[in-house]
Design a protein around this ligand. Structure first.
Ligand code: ZN
Length: 321
């Protein structure tokens, strides 16, 4: 399906996403028993999310294949989520990304020394790389989105590897700080991705991870889920995933309970692994029914908010509200 048609269709409630997916075991504990926590996403489109009975990690089920996710991102993602056109990030995106990069730099400044080697996984349009370079650090990005990678190189002279984390070829133990901000929830294999980051991390380095907190109660359950996020973490499951990857919790909880700093397990240090085989009840997500969500109109408010941003960024006067 053509990009714009696919993107528009992806906003129509009750119409399923065009994907088949495959049944997967839990990426964290390998368990296959799971409990359904939600059958719709925040656009009120059918999308089933399950919670692993073994460890509580939530995932989309069936899980989109690597190819289906690739197709979704290629045709849909920018229009769908950031509404970029002509390969240039919209002004609103750049403004937000600049503010987010400045806040992230403040958060991580204590983990940097002069000339630190820093890797940003999912570097997007490159604002964090730019701030790091201006502060005298050696910054490298990994960004599979070709247009965004190109924009970061052209605008900031940033060093960006245009590849997935599986295909990026970097020397072992070469980074003092690695940051993965809102990346793991998009990946089919977050534990393997963390293991690869740990491989690239210097022995005394740090990894910064931030994901949405699925245990946050301020959102309606139906508002958390959408196609681009295939895993949903709580503070517990994020720590367990890092431990599976040979990392240990170092600091965290600010600005979100699922913002964390990890380090490598030291020589001779015993891994303190939380037992993911211990059965846990699925996270209680509240009681809003699909019918209640439909009547609340919140799914439509989300679409209107995005349309307004799109109109603002395309330079035409907003006619929506
Ligand atoms: Zn599990």
């Amino acid at each position: 399906m053509h990009g714009i048609a696919a993107a528009l269709l992806s906003h129509v409630p009750l119409v399923a996403y065009p994907y088949r997916g495959e049944n997967c075991a839990c990426n964290l504990c390998g368990g296959t028993a799971a409990t359904v926590v939600c059958r719709y996403d925040r656009r009120l489109k059918p999308l089933t999310t399950v919670s692993c009975d073994g460890c509580g990690l939530m995932r989309t089920d069936p899980m989109p294949s690597e190819e289906e996710l690739g197709r979704y991102y290629a045709s849909n993602y920018r229009l769908d989520y950031q509404l970029a056109r002509n390969g240039t990030p919209p002004r609103l995106h750049l403004k937000r990304s600049r503010a987010e990069a400045a806040a992230r730099f403040d958060l991580l400044a204590g983990y940097l020394s002069p000339g630190s080697q820093v890797l940003d996984l999912g570097s997007g349009s490159g604002e964090f790389l730019d701030i790091l370079a201006r502060a005298g650090h050696e910054a490298t990005g990994i960004e599979p989105g070709r247009d965004f990678a190109r924009y970061a190189r052209a605008t900031y002279g940033a060093s960006v590897i245009g590849a997935s984390w599986q295909d990026a070829d970097l020397p072992a133990a070469s980074f003092d700080l690695i940051s993965a901000q809102h990346v793991l929830e998009h990946l089919r294999e977050p534990v393997a991705a963390l293991r690869r980051l740990a491989h690239w991390l210097a022995e005394d380095g740090f990894i910064h991870v931030e994901v949405p907190n699925a245990a946050a109660t301020r959102h309606d359950p139906l508002q958390q889920f959408h196609f681009a996020h295939v895993h949903h973490f709580t503070p517990d499951t994020l720590i367990s995933a890092a431990e599976r990857a040979g990392l240990v919790f170092h600091a965290g909880g600010y600005p979100s309970p699922t913002t964390m700093i990890f380090r490598k397990l030291g020589p001779g240090e015993t891994p303190v692994r939380r037992a993911p085989d211990q059965a846990r009840p699925p996270l209680k997500l509240g009681t809003l029914s699909p019918g209640g969500y439909l009547l609340s109109g919140r799914w439509a408010m989300n679409a209107i908010r995005r349309a307004r941003g799109f109109l603002r960024d395309s330079g035409r006067p907003s006619t929506v509200g």
